[in-house]
Design a protein around this ligand. Structure first.
Ligand SMILES: Cc1ncc(COP(=O)(O)O)c(C=O)c1O
Length: 395
């Protein structure tokens, strides 16, 4: 099938829940993608933060292929080695505790929300979970209710109850909400879908202290920030804060769907046999992919590369800001960066960059977002910079 036929068939038979760009990708390697016509692109979206180890990573491909030929799935009625090994690795990299495996970020957050509710009910307390305005925690009903973006919730009202949204980075508001009574605070320390907003150290520290003081669980959603993206294995490590529950997904499976909620010692006994589950959660196949992806991230020191290349990307974006007068702000942490445009032209910038062979993303009409694979090099960033500058100059 050629691109036109694929697009026509997709538009006719796949539910139109995504505003897709008119390109059909057929191949990837590292930071590059190729479309059905053989045109090469460099990818600064990275499958929305999934392709941390690069597209078609050989180590992940090898692990998945070997596992697929051995045993793919037996259900969680039985013990299997790979998820146990992956859970140990995650605990070793984060904090002492236990892991619940899901298939996505939203599902990992659902598990965290259920732990928080069980924590409240066990202690005879209000099951209120405090989350931040402009946050994003997923599209299932509970995670949508947790998400601090009313425009995404209104069409699906009524929302599940028990979520209170508190202004992001506002310590006083969080303090007042905690005093009013809650069982958990759920936070992204860098808000991703909300437009790449980094929390202030005071705010993250206050969240931890308030949780300790009022006996609440601190849930950090690292679905987008986790596994090296921000220059540390987990973004909360920039703030020297350890959560009670941390959720991850995206980069974890090297492209395969797997999510995890890591619960520290206070939280890991909250979900007991029969309380929660997932048919596919932590299958041999996705866990094998996860083991290979994690080994690749650690073995190739991708946290360091994310820090170094994040700094270089930021430098190049600042140069473009100064040269074009089109950008009002550059913000982010590591390889999670955004450029705020002075005018609502982000859609047109994304289209024009795509036509020039550079894949970028926008989170709003004014915000461009960059989430390249963590193996990105200065050469890739230079190529992005040339294209982006030209596009902004020609707008
Ligand atoms: C911080 C955060 N949490 C949760 C999610 C939901 O993850 P998923 O799309 O895998 O359900 C996302 C997705 O972008 C996210 O960025």
């Amino acid at each position: 099938m050629d691109s036109k036929q694929v697009i026509e068939m997709d538009n006719k038979y796949v539910m139109n829940t995504y505003a897709r760009l008119p390109v059909v990708f057929v191949k990837g390697a590292g930071v590059s993608l190729w479309d059905a016509d053989g045109k090469e692109y460099i990818d600064f979206v990275g499958g929305l933060g999934v392709a941390a180890v690069g597209h078609a990573n050989p180590a992940v491909a090898e692990a998945v292929s070997a596992q697929a030929k051995t045993l793919v799935h037996v259900s969680n009625l039985f013990y299997t080695e790979q998820p146990a090994r992956l859970a140990k690795k995650l605990v070793d990299l984060s904090f002492p505790g236990q892991v619940f495996f899901a298939n996505s970020g939203a599902e990992a957050n659902e598990a965290a929300i259920k732990m928080a509710r069980r924590f409240a009910n066990d202690n005879g307390r209000a099951g209120i979970i405090l989350t931040a305005t402009r946050s994003f925690h997923g599209r299932t009903l509970a995670t949508l209710a947790a998400t601090g973006q009313p425009d995404k919730q209104v069409p699906f009202a009524p929302m599940p109850q028990g979520f209170v949204h508190v202004p992001f980075n506002d310590v006083d508001s969080l303090t007042r909400a905690a005093q009013a009574g809650a069982c958990a605070v759920m936070l992204e320390v860098v808000q991703g879908e909300g437009g790449v907003h980094v929390a202030s150290p005071d705010y993250v520290k206050a969240a931890r202290e308030l949780c300790d003081k009022h006996n609440m669980l601190l849930v950090i959603d690292e679905v987008q920030t986790g596994l090296g993206r921000t220059g540390k294995m987990f973004a909360c490590q920039h703030f020297d804060v350890t959560p009670d529950i941390m959720t991850i997904a995206k980069a974890l499976g090297g492209g395969l769907p797997i999510g995890a909620a890591i619960a520290g010692e206070q939280a890991c006994g909250l979900l007991r046999a029969g309380d929660h589950g997932s048919t596919f959660g932590g299958s041999l196949l996705t866990a094998s992919a996860g083991l290979a992806a994690l080994d690749f991230i650690v073995g190739n020191n991708l946290c360091q590369n994310a820090e170094d290349m994040g700094a270089y990307l930021r430098e190049r974006l600042l140069e473009i800001r100064d040269a074009t007068d089109r950008i009002s702000d550059i913000r982010g942490l590591g390889l999670m960066q955004a450029a705020e445009l002075k005018e609502p032209l982000a859609a047109s910038v994304v289209d024009k960059c795509l036509a020039a062979g550079v894949v970028i993303n926008r989170t709003s009409a004014t915000t461009l977002r960059f989430l390249p694979p963590l193996i990105v090099t200065t050469e890739h960033i230079d190529r992005l910079a040339v294209v982006l500058k030209n596009v902004l100059e020609e707008l």
